[in-house]
Design a binder for this molecule. Structure first.
Ligand code: PLP
Length: 369
């Protein structure tokens, strides 16, 4: 029996430790543990990669969402529209600003926010929309940007799972007024600890975020407003610069594995999200939709295949957000997706043998259509 993890970060380190350790040593030798030249270098390189004028390195993706919203002027009494099918951080950032999260259901074909439902949720208090590029699949941005222009509402992309993805040939991170990235270790571009970034072409947003991440300072010990400690560590900048050089190759590998899975699972009795032909999904997760998920998980585990669920409960059914007052049944498409979704192993170093083994295991478990 093979043992196949959902993600293999140990193998990734084994392939690059001889580059990583000298880079970490450089940070120690220079004692640039917080921000410093590696972080500044990463900001330039990641901004270029995304095609944005500005990139502000931060301590996490959650910090990037928070500062992105604050930079757009979101404050107490405002409303921000987003999806219930996301990691809680997307919605927490809205709460941190004192604003109210307003949720709308997903398009079950993509698992992303359904742009057709957004207009109906707009009120005079709506200040921003956060589309999430879930699993690395770009949200349908054109109709969202059209609504944003018509109502003068800002758009903050949650690109935490979508480094290098493209929407109509443009990179995510450059589509909205600003975008939040996470470099949590398991992400497609992962740090060796926590990390995040805000990308934008808007100078005012960049200026605000640069000051806000370091206690509102515009010069050393010159605090223009009350800010945060959201700075990136030097080690993370050093690691991310090295990993960014490999991101194209890793992304191609992810997309190739996804194509193989789709071919091998074509006749399987399961559902999958749809890829728009003009977009490039970067497969942060490869998800399938199955009936009787607990049995499928158990049978795959018996075959040594690790799985995970992203996510088992939509935001509106989490205890943390019961106060929003969205009872079960409010967002039936998100609820159904959360009941059936299952992530199967996909990571750049996966061998053909491992891919075949997982696909065969899934096919045996769920049967044919
Ligand atoms: C969709 C989404 N948004 C936001 C975040 C928050 O990022 P972080 O964990 O870096 O704070 C994550 C990941 O954790 C995420 O998957």
């Amino acid at each position: 029996m093979m043992k196949i993890p959902l993600l293999d970060l140990k193998a990734e380190y084994a392939a690059m430790w001889d580059e990583i350790l000298p880079a970490l040593d450089r940070v120690c030798q220079n004692s640039t543990f917080v921000e410093g030249p590696e972080v500044a270098g990463f900001e330039r390189e990641f901004g270029d990669f995304c095609g944005t004028t500005y990139c502000i390195a931060l301590s996490s993706g959650t910090a990037a969402l928070h500062l992105g919203l604050l930079a757009m002027g979101v404050q107490a009494g405002d409303e921000v529209i987003t999806t219930p099918n996301t990691f809680l951080a997307t919605v927490e950032a809205i709460t941190y600003c004192g604003a109210r999260p307003v949720l709308v259901d997903i398009d079950p074909a993509t698992a992303n926010i359904d742009p057709r439902l957004i207009e109906g949720a707009i009120t005079p208090r709506t200040r921003a929309i956060i589309p999430v590029h879930l699993y690395g699949r770009p949200a349908d941005m054109n109709p969202i940007l059209e609504i944003s222009a018509r109502y003068n509402i800002r758009v903050l992309e949650d690109a935490a799972q979508a480094h290098a993805a493209r929407y109509h040939q443009k990179r995510v991170g450059s589509l909205g007024h600003a975008a939040a990235f996470s470099f949590y270790p398991s992400k497609n571009l992962g740090a060796y600890g926590e990390g995040g970034a805000l990308t934008t072409n808007d100078e005012a947003v960049a200026k605000f975020a640069r000051a806000a991440r370091s206690h509102g300072q515009t010069a050393r010990y010159d605090h223009e407003f009350v800010g945060y400690n959201y700075r990136m560590q030097g080690f993370q900048g050093a690691v991310l610069r090295l990993k960014l050089r490999r991101l194209h190759a890793w992304t191609e590998a992810r997309r190739e594995i996804a194509r193989t899975y789709r071919r091998l699972l074509e006749s399987a009795n399961l559902g999958m999200p749809v890829d728009a032909p003009q977009d490039e999904c970067v497969y942060h997760q490869f998800v399938i939709y199955v009936k009787n998920r607990p049995a499928v998980i158990a049978q795959l585990a018996e075959r040594g295949i690790e799985t995970s669920v992203h996510y088992p409960k939509p935001v509106h059914l989490q205890a943390a957000y019961s106060s929003l007052g969205y009872p079960e049944g409010t967002f039936p498409k998100a609820e159904r997706a959360c009941e059936r979704v299952l992530s199967i192993p996909l990571f750049p170093g996966m061998t053909a043998e491992q891919i075949d083994y997982v696909a065969a295991g899934v096919l045996e478990t769920v049967g044919r259509k």
